[in-house]
Write a protein that binds this ligand. Sequence first.
Ligand SMILES: NC(=O)c1ccc[n+]([C@@H]2O[C@H](COP(=O)([O-])OP(=O)(O)OC[C@H]3O[C@@H](n4cnc5c(N)ncnc54)[C@H](OP(=O)(O)O)[C@@H]3O)[C@@H](O)[C@H]2O)c1
Length: 361
Amino acid sequence: MSAFEPLPARLASIGAAVLPDEPSTAPSLNWAIIGAGYIAGLFAADLQCTQSAAVAVGSRDLTKGQAFADQFGIPFVGSYEEAMSRPDVDAVYIATPHTFHKEQALLAIDAGKSVMIEKPLAVNAGEAAEIRAAAEAKGVLVMEAMWSRFLPHYALLRAIVESGELGEIKYVRAEHFQTLRGTERMERPDLAGGALLDLGVYPASFIEMLLGAPKSIHASGHLTEAGVDEDSIAVLDYPAATAVLAAHMGASSQVAAEVAFTRGQVVLERQFYRPTEIKVVWNGVADGPQNADSAEPYTEVWSDVAVDPRGGGLEYEAAAFARAVKAGLTELPEHGWSSVTNVLEIMDEVRHQVGVVYPFE
Ligand SMILES: NC(=O)c1ccc[n+]([C@@H]2O[C@H](COP(=O)([O-])OP(=O)(O)OC[C@H]3O[C@@H](n4cnc5c(N)ncnc54)[C@H](OP(=O)(O)O)[C@@H]3O)[C@@H](O)[C@H]2O)c1
């Protein structure tokens, strides 16, 4: 028997058992979509992989809203408030720029609806606390649409960590580079623009999922002429680990993440926050130092952490949300209020150190 056989067997046994159920098996909800923009279109398309349906769309521009409704077969078009308050609507999906999330979430909560809010849930931790208080007072489910947390490869990663097979986490790196200069909502301070809130929320959420709230943060970055962050890079210090977060909207590089454990490594090489393959490396040393005499590391690549090929991956968050609503939950175990708050507190501190101050704060 090779020295490595026991570990692959244990890792392989983690595989299928922890993956989320098929989105098509989740109960059905009637959705109102608020804001007929880019991500709203992806969500409406992926909803078709579930039993749920969009029954209303709210738009500032009824002609644009009608075109969206025609594309996805949505029967009602109206203002944001008309769409979200309809009696046939169970759940409201808020897909407007960050600065409108709080106001629209409070309206939807007041209408007694369950609410899913695009990421980031709010501009800062203070706004999130207001939304949380309203949701708890009304007893409705409110969730941030951090879709990655509901994807199969994130579930697999959590299970690998919990198994302890790779030992303790010592280091996490997560980077999101995407050239988005010139995109209006990214450039404008009054729309809470900048790299951190839009792109950095993914690395921040990845790190938070694995390590929770940091002890301290050291951040640097560069501001655009308008005063939003073109990049934010931060080192997050934990009692027994270090994490590095990078977000850049003016340079092209990888969108990758890595977790270094005492006995191995997990690598998400390409677009870590989307459905992607997950590579697990075990360094072949159960305890003690790794040296040149160590055997070759054992590597397992799960490239078939498959999602329904008809969908882009947002169907997993929609399905998890529908299951939670039907179960009467007010937060989701994969992504509850503490993780939302931790991530916004991380971003508040990074922004403070980088020097981004929004005009409405
Ligand atoms: N989960 C993801 O992968 C993902 C990806 C991209 C973005 N997002 C998040 O989703 C939100 C929207 O991003 P997006 O890329 O979909 O933006 P977008 O294409 O600009 O769409 C946003 C929509 O919000 C409405 N809106 C209301 N007031 C607006 C204003 N002053 N300026 C611009 N739009 C306004 C518009 O809809 P009407 O004209 O119909 O009212 C607009 O189409 C952001 O919070 C972003 O972080 C998430």
